[in-house]
Design a protein around this ligand. Structure first.
Ligand code: IVH
Length: 674
């Protein structure tokens, strides 16, 4: 077939498939059968394989084909992606309206407000150049995010090409990637069957799915995109947010059907309560309503204050509560032997997630709330925290409810448990208790530990029960044949796990320290210790005094570190890790942490809290370059009091300007991230 004929057919197929994709995923109103769709798709794939040079960037085959990335590149948003000020009460919303009225007096137009759900997902930005999706990124810190174009291309409700006749040169679309509650539950069910870790909620599932280096994994996850705003636009202009969103909808996106515009704040309130009412009926998690001034001109007049616009507010929903029944109370043994009472509940859905258990924290808490087996209770799920019992509905008591008594033996190893003075918890002090062993290994292998991908809790439980492993180091002596003895373990999965264990032999020092599960040492402290000591050997050698010298290490922490490394069993485990091929990394004191590398700053005017030299050194430490004159290569100008002509020049060149507050925030953010 001659090339131009092929090209014609490819063009036709791309447009046709993209159209049917839109009908199916965005409009939820397909015109053709799945079989017909597959036929078109296969034909396109066949032609593209023979003529790769004719492959179009908006071809639907591009949604799935990409190779895994090594790591995510960071990209700067041309307009910062701001966060939202939050409020919780009607009165606080009225305060917001009052501020808008005060600020915008003299502006003759009425103030219109745009209200819609606050989606609980992950914010992303999509950059379309001449109608073609070019890059997609996460919000990140608002200024820079991670480039995840290939992953976003797998989301079917994101058009690869805008559906407008004459697309603008540049259109940046912003919105939220979410997962529907049904899809989330189905996915988790499958993961449970496969023995994989479960996601806590649809938001975590969406975020985790997007941050995969392999786009094929993202492609297998049921993600969706709701558009709620724009960034930079060239070749088109809008007066109002509502107009921009209507345009975006016509261009092929889903915008919220729940959005409303009104100049009467009373209507906005009504809408908030209507959304609150609908909360458990809609397929996505919403955690509030976002209210924005509709006119872009009025928005500009209100401006922003340290990263949040003054023209918008997120009016949050109260944490979701439900009533259910306590079927039983039992205790769980944690990684450090802490015994936690847990209520087994009659399953109930709370804001879209089925809840079967609630932590009762400890004996005192249980007594204070007087929770008994058989009680009707109000439970609450706030964000992604474990559900908790708010209170007992005492009026529902029949008198048959049973009080719970803490056991005097560990339910797993049957050794006596103790409650140390001053502690709220009972502990099982037998460090070989299988429950603790399991939890320690789960913690060791988790993402915040050495991150053994695919080694889920269920597998670890099985291996401990079958006595295949008794501590984390044993993992490094496993062979594929051992794994094949486990239930439902196929050859390929066993191979993958062995590979993942292999890959975990070179962890970062901080991860490894965290993985050990030293009591009172979490992720943050592990970072601090890694930075301070630089190697495991140094940390193991440190005595109480040396540890106490570190700012963030108090007496309790210093004690637990010393006793952890004094413990013979722990020392042996660390030796065994080495024998198993674990590389014990070292950290150079001078870190190569340089998040601002490649960014050029200019300082002008006097800052209140930093001398010029301090400001320069702080920036340079983070990898930034500080120069003395503003040019088009300058990324940021930090402006203090009485700035000079550099300030004017920066404005002329449209360079991002940081006042002292934003500068301070920037430093704080990166220094914390370190
Ligand atoms: S507008 C200045 N609209 O909220 C405008 N954001 O706190 C900022 N979000 O990171 C964004 N639903 O992830 C906007 N309908 C909505 C939203 C929404 C959820 C999230 C978004 C952003 C965060 C800001």
């Amino acid at each position: 077939m001659p090339d131009d004929k092929v090209k014609k057919e490819i063009d036709k197929l791309v447009d046709e498939i993209n159209y049917h994709n839109y009908r199916y995923y965005v409009l939820d109103d397909p015109e053709i059968s799945d079989a017909e769709y597959d036929r078109l798709f296969d034909r396109l794939a066949e032609l593209e394989e023979k003529h790769p040079e004719l492959k179009r960037p908006d071809s639907p085959t591009q949604r799935v084909g990409a190779q895994p990335a090594e790591k995510f590149r960071s990209v700067r948003h041309s307009v910062p992606m701001l966060s939202l000020n939050k409020c919780n009460t009607e009165k606080e919303f009225e305060d917001f309206v009052r501020r808008c009225n005060e600020e915008l007096t003299g502006v003759s137009d009425k103030i219109e407000y745009h209200v819609e759900p606050k989606f609980d997902g992950l914010a992303v930005e999509l950059v379309y150049k001449n109608g073609i999706l070019e890059t997609g990124s996460t919000r990140g810190n608002g200024v820079t995010g991670e480039e995840i174009t290939e992953n976003l291309k797998t989301v079917r409700t994101i058009p690869l090409k805008l559906r407008t006749k004459k697309p603008p040169e540049l259109l940046e679309v912003r919105g939220e990637v979410i997962m529907h509650k049904d899809d989330f539950e189905e996915m988790n069910k499958k993961r449970e069957e496969e023995g994989l870790d479960l996601f806590a909620n649809p938001r975590n599932a969406a975020a985790g799915s997007l941050r995969q280096l392999d786009p094929k994994i993202t492609a297998s996850r049921p993600l969706r995109f709701f558009a709620y705003g724009i960034g930079l636009v060239e070749g088109k202009s809008f007066d109002k947010l509502g107009d921009a969103l209507d345009y975006i909808e016509r261009a092929g996106f889903i915008i919220s059907v729940e959005s409303e515009i009104s100049d009467d704040p009373e209507n906005i309130k009504k809408k908030y309560y209507a959304l609150l009412d609908k909360r458990s009926d809609v397929q996505y998690d919403m955690d509030g309503a976002v209210i924005k001034i509709n006119s872009f001109r009025q928005q500009a007049k209100m401006g922003e204050l340290s990263r949040s616009p003054r023209w918008a507010i997120a009016w949050k929903f109260p944490p979701a509560e439900e009533t259910t029944e306590v079927k039983d109370i039992f205790v769980q043994v944690g990684r450090t032997g802490i015994i936690t009472p847990v209520a087994a509940l009659k399953p109930v859905r709370v804001s879209g997630v089925e809840v079967r258990r609630a932590s009762l924290h400890n004996e005192d808490e249980l007594r204070k709330k007087d929770i008994r087996i058989g009680d009707t209770v109000v439970i609450r799920r706030a964000g992604d925290v474990i559900p908790e019992v708010v209170k007992v509905v005492k009026s529902s008591r029949s008198g048959d409810e049973k009080k719970f008594k803490m056991p005097d033996k560990c339910p797993v190893c049957k050794q006596p448990i103790t409650r140390l003075e001053g502690e709220a918890y009972y502990r099982c002090t037998n460090i070989s208790c299988p429950a603790q062993v399991k939890e320690r290994i789960i913690h060791f292998a988790s993402k915040s530990g050495v991150d053994i991908d695919g080694l889920g809790n269920k597998l670890i439980e099985q291996m401990v029960e079958k006595d295949m492993i008794g501590n984390p180091a044993d993992l490094y002596f496993l062979e594929k044949d051992d794994l094949l003895k486990l239930e439902r373990m196929a050859d390929k999965s066993a191979r993958n796990i062995i590979d993942a264990i292999e890959a975990s032999r070179k962890p970062e020092l901080a991860r490894l320290i965290n993985a050990l599960g030293i009591r009172n040492v979490g992720e943050h402290l592990a970072d601090v210790l890694a930075d301070h000591f630089g190697s495991m050997e140094n940390l193991m050698r440190a005595d109480y005094d040396e540890l106490s010298e570190i700012n963030e290490v108090g007496p309790t922490i210093a004690d637990s570190i010393v006793s952890f490394f004094k413990n013979e069993q722990n020392r042996r485990m660390i030796e065994k890790l080495k024998e198993g091929g674990m590389k014990f990394p070292t950290v150079e004191k001078k870190t190569d942490y340089a998040p601002l590398e490649g960014q050029t700053f200019v300082l002008t005017g006097s800052l209140e809290n930093y001398s010029r030299r301090q400001a320069r050194e702080a920036l340079e430490k983070l990898g930034a370059k500080v120069t003395s004159s503003v040019s088009k290569n300058t990324d940021y100008v930090v402006v203090g009091a009485d700035p000079g002509s550099k300030y004017d020049k920066a404005q002329k060149l449209n360079i991002d300007i940081l006042d002292e507050n934003r500068f301070k925030e920037l430093l704080k953010k990166y220094e914390r991230a370190k």
